[in-house]
Design a protein around this ligand. Structure first.
Ligand SMILES: NC(=O)c1ccc[n+]([C@@H]2O[C@H](COP(=O)([O-])OP(=O)(O)OC[C@H]3O[C@@H](n4cnc5c(N)ncnc54)[C@H](OP(=O)(O)O)[C@@H]3O)[C@@H](O)[C@H]2O)c1
Length: 323
């Protein structure tokens, strides 16, 4: 099981809300960290760096470290590990104080390819270990042009065993998955695993709140990490304009993005907001516990509409990757 760590965090200790007709003390009690089965403590808020362009991502990482982030969520496929590594190396923050995640891309699932893929990420990031290494998608691509390997996609235990070996070698401290359904988690964990998946990184936002997967994951001690937490590029504006989000922002004198990021952590997930805008990077770390009634209002609104994913890959596959 993962445990909720120390209490957080700054932010305005006010304010009287005319619109909601009551006063709220937003004293800080959200977790700064969760404890994984390994005993490692993973910070609850990370800087996401997908689609962070060259010449932008390094500045974003520097801004994040200066603001107090100690968690960066990267991936081989984001093609920016080198610049992220350079920004980490240039900072005065010790490597051991930063939680660094990267992800195994689809074409490297064959057991003989896993370690070389990790080594490439390690070299680019300028480190000799990752805090967390994640299988990015449940899709094992082939190198022979036949597109994907059905067997390894459906039964990724050989890939997982290789990841377990990398834990034992000390190259990664925790291993996890991404974009996995309950069915896939059950398939994997039916094997005699040495290390259970510590996390599952999935899309979670106002438009796609995934309550069933959240409940399942809490029950089975798998920490969820919320990607596209603001709705991603395409829906961030819509998310920030949601009436409940706006009302809470006004009531607590915080920004709509802070309401949403706080909601994620209050639900018990890690949250991975991406920004290359330094002021937003700072803003997104300033989270606070929402009063229970406001939290419940936002939770109910998120669950009340038809769930809509922001991210659906257009790969030519003959199965639903999310099932
Ligand atoms: N495992 C996976 O398959 C997977 C898939 C998708 C994402 N992820 C991870 O999740 C991270 C976040 O996901 P995402 O980038 O899709 O979506 P997101 O974080 O929900 O949204 C990013 C967008 O929100 C804007 N934004 C950020 N903070 C803001 C603020 N305070 N006010 C207004 N706008 C703000 C950003 O603009 P600017 O950058 O211009 O400021 C950007 O356009 C990724 O970077 C990646 O690490 C993982």
């Amino acid at each position: 099981m993962f445990a909720i760590g120390g209490l957080v965090r700054r932010l305005p200790l006010k304010k009287w809300s005319a619109s909601l007709g009551c006063s709220y003390h937003t004293a800080a009690t959200l977790p700064t960290h969760y404890t994984l089965p390994s005993g490692d403590k993973i910070p609850s808020v990370a800087l996401g760096v997908w689609k962070s362009a060259p010449d932008e991502v390094g500045r974003a990482v520097t801004a994040a470290l200066n603001a107090g982030y100690r968690h960066i969520d990267d991936a081989w496929i984001y093609r920016n590990e080198e610049e992220v590594g350079a920004a980490l190396a240039a900072s005065s923050v010790d490597r051991k104080d930063v939680w660094l995640t990267s992800k195994l891309w689809n074409q490297f699932h064959a057991p003989e390819d896993v370690e070389a893929a990790l080594d490439e990420s390690l070299a680019k990031l300028g480190t000799d270990y990752l805090d967390l290494y994640i299988i990015h998608w449940p899709l094992a691509l082939n190198k022979d042009g036949s597109y994907y390997n059905k067997e390894l996609t459906e039964n990724p235990y050989p890939t997982w065993k290789k990841l377990e070996e990398l834990v034992d070698k000390g190259k990664v401290r925790n291993i996890g998955v991404s974009n996995w359904s309950i069915r896939r988690l059950q398939n994997l964990t039916a094997n005699p695993l040495k290390y259970q998946p510590a996390v599952n990184q999935i899309e979670i936002n106002y438009w796609f709140p995934q309550p069933e997967l959240l409940e399942y994951s809490k029950k089975h001690g798998i920490l969820l990490e919320a990607y596209s937490p603001l709705g991603g590029d395409g829906r961030v504006g819509d998310s920030l304009r949601v009436k409940e989000v706006q009302d809470i922002a006004k009531a607590l004198d915080i920004t709509p993005a802070q309401v949403i990021i706080s909601w994620h952590v209050q639900r018990g997930t890690v949250v991975l907001p991406k920004s290359v805008t330094p002021a937003r990077v700072v803003e997104n770390l300033q989270i606070t516990k929402l009063p229970d009634d406001l939290f419940e209002k936002l939770e109910a609104a998120a669950r009340a509409h038809k769930p809509e994913r922001s991210l659906t890959p257009s790969w030519p596959i003959d199965f639903d990757i999310f099932e």
